[in-house]
Design a protein around this ligand. Structure first.
Ligand SMILES: Nc1nc2c(ncn2[C@@H]2O[C@H](COP(=O)(O)OP(=O)(O)O)[C@@H](O)[C@H]2O)c(=O)[nH]1
Ligand SMILES: [Mg+2]
Length: 249
């Protein structure tokens, strides 16, 4: 089951959406990625959340044509993790803008900008759209076997413990309706990495929101380094239990 039997929300008739791109040392990627996002659909803007990357990522963003218009940046003092970066971005968006949908997307070309079209279609009739690497077989390219086993295992484990029947609940290419983010307790979400994605999905799941998984191709980064680490994995292992035991409303 990829879609829950929940009430489908009426059409959004979306006019403006924002793609949040968290960055830490993505100088070699971000300048090439942002124009591809913007040319995909004229309704899209980009918000980069940079944790003071030492490689000058922020300066590259600010030098792009369109900066201050369809390209925005939220600069944070130091590296505080992916989850914290997204939460800060979501809170800023809700407080300061009128975007009707909010995307999560990595800066490292693991997520194909062409897929944005399908997300935009599906968010018209869903509360949350998830890019899934495990919907039709495994659509992951260039990951070492160890990393793939970890990801598939983490997904099975998280699904089993939390009861969410999603094929991919740890992915980072997704789209929320504004109203979805507004109904989540963003100030209480403190987890990072895998856990952050699981926790956000779980809050939506528990609220019986209309969640749609769409197949995406995930290609491992060609440039720059992954910030994945053991701490993120261990956090996810106990976090799913915390979600289940807390039975958060
Ligand atoms: N702002 C911010 N971005 C981060 C942080 N950690 C990772 N990212 C970004 O999150 C995205 C996914 O991270 P990545 O290292 O590629 O993880 P992986 O794809 O799971 O190996 C990339 O765009 C990173 O630059 C962080 O602490 N702060
Ligand atoms: Mg990556």
């Amino acid at each position: 089951m990829h879609e829950r039997n929940t009430e489908t929300p009426g059409p959004l008739n979306l006019k403006k959406a924002v793609v949040v791109v968290p960055t830490y040392n993505e100088a070699d990627n971000v300048g090439r990625l942002i124009p591809l996002i913007l040319e995909r659909d004229e309704r899209l803007s980009v918000l980069v959340v940079d944790d003071n990357s030492p490689d000058g990522t922020a300066a590259i963003v600010k030098a792009l044509p369109g900066f201050g218009d369809r390209i925005l940046i939220l600069e944070r003092e130091k590296k505080q993790g992916l989850g914290a970066a997204y939460i800060a971005a979501f809170q800023w968006i809700l407080a300061n803008t009128d975007f009707e949908a909010v995307f999560e997307m990595d800066a490292d070309f693991s997520h194909d900008p062409e897929a944005l079209d399908v997300f935009l279609q599906e968010i018209e009739t869903h509360d949350l759209v998830l890019g899934s690497r495990y919907l039709h077989g495994i659509t992951v390219v260039n990951w070492p076997l160890k990393r793939l086993i970890l990801s598939v295992g983490a997904n099975r484990y998280a699904g089993f413990i939390t009861g969410m029947s999603l094929k991919d609940c740890t992915g980072g290419f997704k789209c929320f309706r504004r109203s979805t983010l507004e109904s989540l307790p963003l100030d209480k979400i403190g987890s990072d990495g895998y856990s952050f994605q699981i926790e956000m999905n779980y809050h939506c799941w528990r609220r019986k929101m209309a969640i749609k998984e769409i197949p995406i191709m995930f290609v491992d980064r060609a440039v720059g380094v992954s910030k994945m680490n053991k701490k993120i994995i261990i956090e996810a292992m106990w976090m799913v239990w915390a979600l289940r035991l807390r039975r958060i409303p």
